[in-house]
Design a protein around this ligand. Structure first.
Ligand code: GAP
Length: 456
């Protein structure tokens, strides 16, 4: 399946629409439709379960997008959160130098090169422009990715503030608030789900690279010396999380960074095999005591942890495990969406998504609207109190099954004469298409068990 097929599928079935579509769109922005929103929320719930609920000393935060601008000075984003850009002098298109090199030769390891090494590599190897094929570029300029905006109503009181480019800083500046109020002892975690904004100028591969996106970030505060073990733990934990979401290990790989961000002692991505190649969906970083030390320095406030048992006082290390919600939605869709040949010779579009992630869990279908519609509505009105369900009485039953298959609904029940006479419905499972007969009163318990996340 190619990217354009996925874009068309998402648009047709109500997962993802072009942002501001009726105005011709806005590059690299996308709106989630009703089914995409449900899928996204289910992925976020799975993250909450895996990272917050099922772990000890693990706390969720919801910090503001807008922060005191000094935060971004302290974090290093104002000075060094930039992309190396150059322009093609022939066709006037703009590119990221590291992407040009990576696309030209994957082995070249552009992420380990300095600006000078990149431009030298491009010139020596005559790396071509992907648009016009010529190799005639400007020098590389560093372009800051943060979105700046103005605060205040009068010009005199304006003040530049930034839309956060990551969630992490909200978690760092609240480190002591959470530690104090939750009476937390190291190691403990603070996680947050929230929007982040980056002024990405390069083309996006649908929702893979956007200017507004959502992150699920998780910071573990720990004592120096325990950091390396935790770093290794969270790399593996990431693979387990993705397996839980239905992404198999053979389509995942680690990518250890050679060139490290200004804050990191070690960094590793988990990449998923998209149709356009391997793409990062997670990052694990050993951020040392860089962030908290910098916030101490810039805020003038101490951010020490005091170990009450030993009376030691120190600034904790941080292991960060960060996930891009939008990229995970895309990976889950690519993994699950299939066009399947049936024994009958027909084909069907089926989204073989984990039932826990499926936007709709059950489709309630009267075999004949006139005869069975009332009973089917009665059942629907009951089951919808327990999980997301839909009622569909339009068209023949086979077509209605197919509509549910295409959006990943794992179960459908058909209501017929037997339901009216003795309360029995036919339950069809999406992937096997096998059918069983089940009593109406057993339905909710049976399905609740099938559509919940597996216990870890
Ligand atoms: N706090 C660390 C941090 O933000 P990152 O690797 O820059 O690290 C974390 O971003 C995750 O956010 C990535 O693994 C990716 O899944 C997602 N992400 C980053 N930039 C993105 C973009 N422009 N569009 C969509 N998702 C993005």
């Amino acid at each position: 399946m190619m990217m354009e097929d996925m874009v068309a599928y998402c648009n047709q079935y109500g997962f993802i629409f072009q942002g501001s579509e009726i105005y011709g769109g806005l590059a690299n922005t996308w709106d989630y439709g009703p089914l995409g929103t449900r899928l996204k929320n289910n992925i976020k719930d799975a993250w909450r379960y895996f990272f917050i609920q099922s772990r000890d000393s693990s706390f969720e935060l919801d910090s503001d997008i807008l922060m005191n601008p000094t935060v971004w000075k302290a974090s290093g984003h104002l000075d060094s959160f930039s992309d190396p850009l150059l322009d093609c002098k022939e066709c006037k298109t703009r590119h990221r130098a590291d992407n040009l090199i990576g696309d030209f030769d994957e082995e070249a390891k552009a992420d380990g090169m300095t600006t000078e090494e990149m431009i030298q590599y491009i010139r020596t190897n005559n790396v071509p422009c992907p648009k016009c094929g010529k190799s005639n570029f400007t020098d590389i300029r560093q372009f800051n990715l943060m979105f700046a905006t103005e605060r205040g109503v009068t010009q005199n009181s304006t003040n530049t503030i930034y839309l956060r480019p990551e969630n992490a800083q909200g978690e760092y500046v609240n480190f002591l608030n959470v530690q104090r109020t939750m009476r937390a002892k190291l190691p403990f975690g603070i996680g947050q789900i929230g929007k982040a904004f980056r002024n990405e100028i390069t083309p996006g591969n649908f929702t893979f690279r956007t200017i507004e996106f959502e992150q699920m970030e998780y910071q573990t505060f720990c004592k120096k010396g325990t950091d390396e073990e935790l770093y290794a733990f969270f790399k593996d934990y990431g693979i387990k999380f993705f397996n839980l979401l239905g992404l198999p290990s053979e389509n995942l790989r680690f990518h250890d960074h050679e060139k490290l961000a200004h804050y990191a002692k070690a960094a590793c991505d988990i990449e998923y095999l998209f149709p356009f190649g391997w793409g990062e969906i997670n990052g694990t970083h050993n951020r040392t005591d860089f962030d908290l030390s910098r916030h101490c320095e810039f805020s003038g406030k101490r951010l020490d942890y005091i170990d009450l048992l030993t009376n030691e006082k120190y600034i904790p290390y941080i292991i960060e495990s960060t996930y891009g919600v939008d990229r995970i939605v895309l990976a889950v869709l690519f993994e699950a969406l299939q066009e399947e040949e049936l024994e009958s010779g027909d084909t069907r579009i089926v989204l073989k998504i984990s039932p826990a992630l499926a936007p709709i869990k059950l489709n309630v279908l009267p075999v004949m609207k006139k005869k069975h519609g009332e009973k089917a509505l009665e059942i629907y009105n009951n089951v919808k109190k327990h999980f997301m369900a839909t009622y569909d009485d339009a068209g023949n039953i086979g077509r209605r099954y197919r509509r549910g298959d295409a959006i990943g609904t794992p179960y459908a029940i058909s209501i017929d004469d037997d339901t009216i006479n003795d309360g029995i419905v036919t339950l069809r499972e999406r992937d096997s298409m096998k059918q069983i007969r089940i009593k109406t009163e057993e339905l909710v318990d049976y399905l609740n068990d099938k559509v919940k996340l597996p216990v870890v």
